[in-house]
Write a protein that binds this ligand. Structure first.
Ligand code: ADP
Length: 768
């Protein structure tokens, strides 16, 4: 049997024993490479650095090489293949043979001659290293921590030389020199030589520093700037600036007015003394003017099917937005000058608003610009500062346009609902000018001063809450709501979009990792709590990161079929537990329903009684409206005591405390009215309300139940929490149409007009 090993020829790096190296495909002779990687099962190999790079044949190999192991082969996104190779030991090679495209050889261990000097050299090396690390900043301390784990001189030399900045040819001799003392001597010389360079450099810098007085220093700095500019290809004089700008101006497709303005400024620039402080300001202005995409368009992709394909392949569902884009294109093909729509995608975080906008740009073949207006309170952020203002610059719109580089990009304005208004002005009204199709072909930025045509821009704004978008803006926008995803929608998104995307980003393939649906659902249910899929995406990325690490550490497993068990092993304990963890039904605890930034959720309300004088205590950061709801609920019950068989003494001799858990989170709105009422009746009558019931609705003093908002989100959240019966106001019956089928089939909806309807079902019949 042939027990020779394959020879891996490397021509530009050295792999030392106990050293792990990543190599990308190109570093090795390709044909060798392919053979080696195909032999992944038999991962031992002999790593050899030929004596001379050219004309590799059986006689060109040195006597010594390194026994190594292929630890991992991975396809990386740039199309190359990455290998992780570990050096094991220095070995003697003999009996090379050429077999087809590759070489093989025999090997045996080398004898390291021990002698008394070894310890002395060990100490010398440590001392030299200590000195070296102190002076050579790029050596870092990483090496120090590894030195502690080394106990032979041979290993110590291998470790240090693998970090040393010496060239490949020099490094090779460290492999072929067997005697560690010889290697230690080389090492001392090489380290000291590098040290000398560094010291010399530092010395020169110190001397230059000393000799330069202030004016010289300035001169020196100026020269340095010139040098840098030259390096950047920016020329180094005013003249070359003028020349460059003039050249660019000739090619600019701007109108005459803008052209004249640039020429005027250029003349001024040219006439100024080169020490004038204005020079920099004018140059900055000119740079803006000649770099703005005046009349520079991309052509829209008019192939509707292709646009549709791109949108469908990047995003699941979201039909309304996709349709709107297709309609726009369809109409545009029939007319000549169609205004772009101004869309506003509204929905909770992570439902794909921004990424869809980016895909829209991609599908149309347009460039993208993206700004966020969240938190801005100054209109100059939108329309720029006047040039008289020190440090002035254009506003974010013009900045976005310049970055996009065309006059018709898709311009994403994030967080349009999060602007604030104060004495510095109202950014919303500035944005109005930007978005108003009647005016925006003549948009005027305070810094640029000349009009810029924004009418071809397709604006897409995003927001979390439609109510918080300034009213005047809302009027201009075409609002498209994107709501929370159900578990099954998330499952689809994960399978078709997120998992393939993350696999690729981690250099994995579906041949290495598969995820079972149950496992994905467990992540969705127990490791994320959100309306969108951002946390889900992040969690999948975490999972894959751990898998890549495992593949690297343990070469024996090359395929992962991820099931529920593995999820817990890799991601740790479940983060969110729903009804399964809420325990038994209790008196005085009833599930309400809330619509939060995480989408919908259940909101248990609890109440308790203790001896007192009839006071009502409310806790849990309740807003004013919610506090009023509690008072209304209590008074409604008081006025219907007889009907609900509650004794007056309950109110007279006790204080009542209502609490809504997660006390630090602010809660408000009238929709908890029916829940508070039910909680109190449960408390007063000592009857439990099943945990599988949830309800929402405003209550009036007469017991009427009024409609509420966000039903779809609330019901999706309740479904996620395992709720089986939901009471909703009659007024909201129409909203049931919007609720996804897979949610609707699991829930029994009871519509009510009056609180009595709830009372009857819960306390008098249907349910225990
Ligand atoms: P938002 O702007 O609504 O906060 P993002 O656009 O940042 O959300 O989306 C977060 C992530 O979730 C992105 O990586 C996006 O690709 C992904 N994502 C969200 N919705 C979908 C969907 N319907 N289909 C595919 N991926 C989605």
């Amino acid at each position: 049997m042939d027990d020779k090993l394959l020879v891996l020829i490397i021509n530009d790096m050295v792999i030392f024993p106990n050293n792990e190296v990543r190599i990308e495909y190109d570093n090795i002779y390709d044909k060798q490479m392919i053979d080696i990687v195909n032999k992944i099962g038999d991962s031992l190999m002999l790593i050899v650095n030929p004596i001379e790079e050219k004309a590799v044949n059986v006689t060109s190999f040195p006597k010594y090489g390194v026994l190594g192991r292929l630890k991992l082969k991975m396809n990386v996104p740039n199309g190359k293949t990455r290998l992780v190779i570990e050096g094991i030991d220095r070995v003697e090679l003999y009996d090379f043979t050429e077999e087809g495209n590759y070489f093989k050889a025999n090997y045996k261990p080398v004898d390291i001659i021990e002698n008394d000097d070894i310890q002395t050299y060990f100490n010398i090396i440590l001392k030299t290293l200590d000195n070296y690390i102190g002076k050579v900043p790029y050596m870092g301390n990483a090496i120090m921590s590894q030195v502690d784990n080394v106990d032979t001189l041979s290993d110590l030399c291998d470790l240090i030389v693998s970090y040393l900045p010496i060239n490949y040819e020099e490094k090779k001799k460290y492999i072929t020199t067997i005697d560690p003392i010889e290697r230690a001597k080389y090492l001392v010389v090489d380290m000291n030589r590098d040290l000398k360079y560094v010291e010399l450099e530092q010395q020169i810098e110190a001397e230059v520093e000393k000799e330069l007085n202030e004016t010289q220093k300035e001169y020196f700095l100026r020269e340095k700037i010139k040098l840098m500019q030259k390096e950047l290809g920016e020329g180094n004089t005013k003249d070359s600036d003028v020349e460059r700008i003039t050249k660019k101006l000739n090619k600019l497709k701007c109108n005459n007015k803008v052209k004249e303005k640039i020429e005027r400024e250029l003349e001024r620039y040219n006439s100024l003394n080169s020490n004038s402080p204005e020079l920099g300001m004018i140059r900055e202005y000119l740079e803006w003017m000649i770099n703005l995409p005046w009349n520079k368009f991309t052509k829209d992709n008019d192939n509707l099917n292709r646009v549709k394909d791109i949108l469908d392949s990047s995003h699941y569902a979201l039909e309304e937005v996709k349709d709107r884009i297709l309609e726009y294109l369809a109409v545009k093909q029939n007319t000549n000058n169609l205004r772009s729509p101004i869309l506003c995608l509204v929905g909770p975080p992570g439902v794909g608003k921004t990424s869809l906008a980016i895909s829209i740009a991609k599908s149309l073949g347009r460039k993208t610009a993206k700004i966020s207006v969240g938190g801005i309170n100054d209109e100059a952020e939108i329309v720029g500062h006047r040039r008289t203002y020190i440090g002035s610059s254009p506003g974010r719109i013009i900045q976005g346009i310049r970055k996009a580089g065309t006059t018709n990009p898709v311009f994403i304005i994030d967080e349009i609902d999060k602007m604030t208004k104060d004495i510095k002005g109202d950014p919303a009204s500035a944005l109005l000018e930007v978005l108003d199709p009647e005016q925006n072909n003549k948009f005027s930025d305070h810094y640029i001063e000349e009009e810029f045509d924004l009418s071809k821009v397709m604006f897409i704004a995003t927001a979390n809450y439609v109510e918080q978008i300034p009213y005047e803006l809302r009027d201009r926008l075409e609002i498209i709501n994107i709501s929370s995803y159900t578990e099954y929608e998330k499952l689809d998104i994960a399978k078709n979009h997120l998992i393939p995307k993350e696999l690729e980003e981690h250099g994995l393939t579906s041949l290495q990792v598969q995820m079972e649906d149950e496992a994905i659902l467990t992540i969705i249910r127990n490791y994320t709590k959100e309306a969108g899929v951002r946390e889900l995406e992040r969690t999948i990325a975490t999972l894959f990161r751990k898998i890549v690490k495992n593949i690297l550490l343990t070469t024996d497993v090359s395929f992962y079929d991820i099931d529920n068990k593995m999820i817990e092993e890799l991601l740790g304990k479940k983060k969110y537990l729903y009804l399964e963890n809420y325990g038994k039904d209790e008196i005085g605890v009833v599930n309400g329903m809330a619509y939060t930034i995480f989408g919908g959720d259940i909101l248990p309300i609890e109440a308790t009684l203790f001896k007192g004088k009839g006071d009502l205590v409310l806790t849990g950061s309740l807003g004013e409206v919610m506090q009023e709801s509690c008072h209304i609920a209590l008074n409604y019950i008081k006025s219907n005591m007889d009907k609900y068989k509650i004794k007056n003494e309950v109110f007279e001799n006790n204080d009542i405390h209502i609490h809504v858990p997660e006390g630090a989170v602010n809660k408000d709105g009238p929709s908890a009215g029916v829940t508070v009422t039910t909680t109190l009746i449960s408390l007063f009558t000592k009857k439990k309300v099943p945990k599988t019931i949830a309800m929402t609705g405003e209550i009036t003093l007469r017991g009427r139940v009024l409609g509420i908002g966000g039903l779809k989100e609330k019901v999706i959240g309740a479904h996620r929490a395992g709720i089986k019966t939901v009471f909703i106001p009659k007024e909201n019956e129409k909203d049931l149409d919007e609720i996804p089928k897979e949610v609707k089939k699991d829930i029994n909806f009871i519509t009510v007009n009056n609180y009595n309807d709830i009372f009857k079902v819960i306390f008098q019949g249907g349910n225990k």
